[in-house]
Design a protein. Structure first.
Length: 116
């Protein structure tokens, strides 16, 4: 029986659209040279959006990494049951799947660094 992936795929697509929109809003530079008081007010209004964008980036990448590790890990266990000499190759593939979470963490740090 094939699992129904329609609902999780729609939720992931909606979350991706929100993350991209928030990131675009965050990266818009203020027009012209603003006064320090106006710039401080603009920075305080960007901070919540930056926090949300960073949380979405880290959260979605962690969910994607978990899904990738689950898929690759189950295939890896099956391959190792048949050919134990594939251990090194399998570890590399699982490590690449785990790297997705690290990329999301790096993006979150870059977003927070840009926000100030």
């Amino acid at each position: 029986m094939k699992p129904n992936w329609k609902i999780p795929a729609l939720m992931l697509a909606a979350a991706t659209v929100v993350a991209v929109g928030v990131t675009i809003l965050l990266l818009q530079a203020p027009a012209g040279a603003a006064e320090p008081a106006v710039r401080a007010a603009a920075d305080s209004s960007v901070a919540p959006w930056a926090m949300m964008a960073a949380a979405i980036a880290a959260g979605l990448s962690t969910v994607a990494a978990g899904y990738a590790v689950a898929s690759v890990g189950s295939a890896a266990v099956g391959a190792l049951a048949e050919k134990p000499e594939l251990l090194g190759r399998v570890l590399i593939l699982v490590g690449l799947a785990e790297g997705i979470a690290i990329y999301g963490l790096i993006v979150a740090v870059l977003i927070l660094n840009r926000a100030g």
